[in-house]
Design a protein around this ligand. Structure first.
Ligand SMILES: C[S@@+](CC[C@H](N)C(=O)[O-])C[C@H]1O[C@@H](n2cnc3c(N)ncnc32)[C@H](O)[C@@H]1O
Length: 227
């Protein structure tokens, strides 16, 4: 990578994570998120053991690869707007043939209508410039009756001492200690989910067909394609 590219990456306010950020993320945050994402992979395979899964903002690829490793009946695609993230994810996916990573924008998905059995996304919603377009794209590519599981930060997960202690015990020091701050900076408050994000969803084809729940270290939004 050239020095000018490095500086340009740092200065640009990104939707995608810029190259240095991707390298840093791979060495740090992605590792901390492995345990909670392993749980999500288990939940996904329990619900959808066969078919096609799409991971929006797949980053370093951990979640997509864990899903793919659990069932050869699944084809998993990760899409990311950072070329460096796609490169890192492809490297991690060596030998896992049913996990593939593509460079692209979740707001303009390179997938056919009704071709996807489940969409998942972790920690990416707060990056999206056009969340409404992403939600509409999810609706378009999902098969009828299928769901999108969108997880992102929400500080209320860590709201009281008991919750923090439990997360600390389960996921260790980094999540227990820094989780509240990180999810404030990289997510939305519960109130924002229930107002701003809800208003957006109401303007999409998912209107009235979604739920929001605090789960584990995230807010989980389940969007269902009804017809
Ligand atoms: C905080 S990272 C989360 C990565 C991964 N899902 C994880 O849990 O570790 C957010 C990712 O979303 C990607 N991203 C942001 N906006 C995007 C968009 N519109 N389409 C595709 N990827 C996007 C970023 O490049 C980044 O890799």
């Amino acid at each position: 990578m050239s020095l000018t590219r490095f500086i340009k990456d740092l200065l640009r306010k990104p939707e995608s994570i810029p190259t240095p950020g991707a390298i840093f993320y791979n060495a740090t945050v992605a590792k901390v998120l492995r345990k909670p994402e392993t749980k999500i992979a288990n939940d996904i395979v329990a619900k959808t053991g066969k078919g096609t899964i799409l991971d929006l903002g797949s980053g370093t690829g951990y979640l997509s690869i864990e899903i793919a490793k659990r069932s050869t009946g699944l084809q998993v695609y990760g899409i990311d707007l950072s070329r460096q993230m796609v490169k890192i994810a492809r490297r991690h996916a060596k030998g896992v043939d049913n996990a593939q990573f593509v460079y692209g924008n979740a707001a303009k998905l390179p997938f056919k209508d009704k071709s996807i059995d489940l969409v998942v996304s972790t920690g990416a919603l707060h990056h999206w410039r056009a969340p409404r377009l992403v939600f509409d794209e999810c609706y378009r590519v999902l098969k009828t009756g299928a769901e999108a599981w969108i997880y992102d930060g929400c500080p209320e997960v860590f709201r009281d001492k008991a919750a923090r202690t439990k997360l600390y015990e389960e996921y260790g020091f980094l999540i227990g200690r820094f989780g509240p701050r990180v999810s404030t900076l990289h997510g939305f408050t519960r109130d924002e989910y229930q107002t701003v994000i809800k208003d957006m969803l109401e303007q999409t084809a998912f209107k009235g067909n979604y739920q929001m729940a605090l789960t584990d270290i995230w807010m989980k939004m389940t969007l269902k394609k009804h017809h």
